[in-house]
Design a protein around this ligand. Structure first.
Ligand code: 6PG
Length: 250
């Protein structure tokens, strides 16, 4: 049984605004407010893959969020990527490009895809770690100076997040910022590791659908071998669920 990295937080605070559309609208407003807060400096957002956040990405490209988001100050990164060409519909970059980034005024140089699809997944992971360190300006993460302002994550029915799967040796990786992960399917993936994912002012999980209720129940019941529940952000941790994914009592 893998012990959770870092000290265990209390029971997660869940926000359950209603159905899937209600959660998407709630999160779009929450994200827009967060990213407009404070000094007018550059922001960094790290995005989840998978199908759950598609409704959120689409929402952010529509009024009023399209007008309210400070697109000219935000850099966009990915939590993980399937090792397929950027044009492949399974690509997380492709999903975000089509649903969001092509529809809003983001400077091209502010979009930082994981370089998947050519060479090897290991080389891509090393290249992405270098890109993150260049952006951060150092090779060591300081707890008081997070890499990301906001990290958006999903969760699989088995409790994985990004491409950190149950039983993976990557769950104990505390040095590299990115690594090659072999997923349950055949496709190799590149994933950020806990040090990079945890280096964020705010980490927000978006979880929808009845299929995720069981894993959410395991998390609120305090099970410790769920990769998504082992994340210990330096900042604040948020869970946004729709009613279908909400565990008993939420
Ligand atoms: C990915 C994601 C992954 C995802 C979960 C949930 O690349 O697939 O990073 O961690 O968040 O697998 O996927 P769904 O949202 O499709 O259920």
């Amino acid at each position: 049984m893998l012990e959770p990295l870092g000290r265990r937080c209390g029971a997660p605070e869940l926000t359950v605004p209603g159905d899937e559309q209600a959660v998407a609208r709630h999160m779009a407003a929450w994200l827009t407010e967060k990213l407009n807060l404070g000094a007018q400096g550059v922001r960094a957002v790290c995005l989840s893959g998978g199908t759950t956040p598609r409704i959120l990405y689409d929402e952010l490209a529509r009024p009023p969020y399209r007008e309210a988001m400070p697109w000219g100050r935000i850099h966009w990164f990915w939590c993980d990527e399937r090792f397929v060409p950027a044009t492949d519909e399974r690509s997380n970059y492709n999903t975000v490009q089509k649903l969001l980034l092509e529809r809003v005024p983001v400077p091209r140089e502010f979009i930082h895809p994981i370089p998947a699809g050519s060479g090897t997944a290991d080389a891509a992971a090393a290249a992405y770690e270098r890109e993150l360190q260049r952006f951060y300006g150092a090779r060591t993460l300081e707890p008081g100076r997070p890499l990301f302002d906001l990290t958006l994550l999903g969760i699989g029915e088995d409790g994985h997040t990004a491409s950190l799967f149950p039983g993976s040796p990557l769950l104990n990786e505390r040095v590299r910022w990115a690594a090659c992960a072999t997923s349950a399917g055949a496709i190799s993936r590149v994933t950020l590791t806990y040090p990079a994912l945890e280096s964020s002012r705010d980490v927000a999980f978006l979880v929808t659908g009845a299929k995720k209720r069981r894993i959410m129940q395991r998390i609120v019941d305090g099970e410790t071998d769920v990769p998504a529940a082992m994340l210990r952000p330096v900042g604040r941790l948020h869970w946004f669920l729709d009613r279908a994914a909400a565990p008993r009592g939420a």
